[in-house]
Design a protein around this ligand. Structure first.
Ligand SMILES: Nc1ncnc2c1ncn2[C@@H]1O[C@H](COP(=O)(O)OP(=O)(O)OP(=O)(O)O)[C@@H](O)[C@H]1O
Length: 355
């Protein structure tokens, strides 16, 4: 399907510093792409350029198949037909819910039916005559969504739209928002610095660092096939084992790992997530048998175990005396310091990166 929103080679510099550095994006109807990255990596600037409130130094923006901004052309924000939803969503305090939602609709258009339809979609039927101060944060957020959607924008740009909400509300509002956006077939570009939010909302995550998209993929793929250690570390704690390559193999406490194409003598890091470590009891100095999926087990001694609610975080010093491995285990299990246990790692969840 043709992209509703597309950018090519967007560049933006402030005082000689390049903060957006060649951003290519494409979002199809009914799809959500999340721009995810640490503070200051250029996410909001990218969004602002697409919205038209900032202008790029190079590159091109298409909306609904038409160039809205390039070297010679720059449509103002109000002519771009995009919906905007930002963190400080600011409803008009003196207008009712229905008037807020109807605000963006053409004056001549009979707004009643569209307003009622949208209030039903965001589960606020009957709230028409209330004022913003009578609503909870979550309800205000849903009114803001209804207002942004009222003119049927085919593209929605959202910048940390849920960060003002408390944790208990947030998941529900995210899911409700997503459902409405999908139903309306809106192409969405959503900026967030929270990996959980991106995983929950996105069809595709564009991971940004230093003004560039370093990896773009579906949440499952980006989580399970990160492009480098920093991309892996952005989504969870990680474990790192060090090795040196000989004959396309590197030795670790967990046996050999393949390092295809990596020259002999290269130092590599083997990265894996704590949740992909399995632990097993010591049976008179022996652990579980090696398997194809989990490789060889290795013995470790518990150094620290922390209760985290639904799980425990257990830190091990491995038998080689240098490797430290952290595992998450169900919280019912909180082993004592000094306990000897055997660890295995899901082989398909390990990533080998030249250092
Ligand atoms: N108008 C401006 N003038 C000068 N520098 C700016 C301007 N706008 C943004 N910057 C700088 O550009 C860089 C990227 O900012 P941007 O707001 O796009 O980052 P971000 O990834 O959205 O971060 P955050 O998650 O903190 O909002 C930052 O270093 C910021 O200080």
């Amino acid at each position: 399907m043709e992209a509703r929103l597309r950018t090519e080679g967007l560049v933006r510099r402030f005082r000689g510093e390049t903060v957006v550095d060649g951003i290519d994006l494409a979002v199809a109807p009914g799809k959500v792409t999340c721009l995810l990255g640490p503070s200051g990596c250029g996410k909001s600037t990218t969004l602002r350029i697409i919205a038209g409130v900032d202008r790029q130094d190079a590159g091109c923006v298409w909306l609904n198949g038409e160039v809205v901004s390039d070297d010679t052309r720059h449509l103002p924000p109000e002519a771009r037909g995009v919906g905007l939803m930002f963190q400080d969503f600011a409803l008009f305090p003196h207008l009712t819910v229905a008037q807020n939602v109807a605000f963006g609709l053409p004056k001549r258009q009979a707004a009643g039916a569209r307003v009622a339809e949208l209030l039903a979609k965001v589960d606020l039927t009957g709230y028409d005559d209330k004022h913003p101060h009578e609503l909870s944060g979550g309800e205000q957020q849903r009114v803001a969504l209804a207002r942004a959607l009222a003119p049927r924008p085919r593209v929605m740009l959202m910048d940390e739209p849920f960060s003002g909400l408390d944790n208990r509300l947030r998941d529900g509002i995210r899911d409700a928002t997503l459902a409405v956006l999908k139903e309306e077939g809106t192409a969405v570009l959503l900026v967030t610095h929270e990996p959980d939010e991106a995983m929950r909302m996105a069809d595709e995550i564009a991971l940004m660092r230093g003004g560039k998209i370093v990896q773009q993929a579906a949440p499952y793929n980006i989580y399970n096939a990160p492009i480098d250690p920093a991309a892996a570390a952005f989504f969870s704690d990680i474990n790192k084992l060090s090795g040196v390559v000989h004959g396309a193999l590197t030795q670790t406490p967990f046996g050999q790992f393949l390092a295809p194409g990596v020259p002999d003598g290269t130092a590599v890091d083997i990265i894996f997530r704590p949740q992909h470590v399995r632990i097993d009891f010591d049976r008179q100095g022996r652990g579980p048998n090696p398997t194809a999926s989990d490789g060889a087990p290795a013995r470790g001694v518990v150094q620290r175990a922390r209760f985290m609610g639904k799980e425990s975080l257990v830190e091990f010093l491995m038998d080689d005396g240098v490797s430290v491995v952290t595992a998450t285990v169900p919280a019912v299990f909180l082993p004592k310091e000094g306990t000897i246990l055997w660890l295995s790692i899901r082989r398909d969840r390990c990533f080998v990166f030249p250092r």
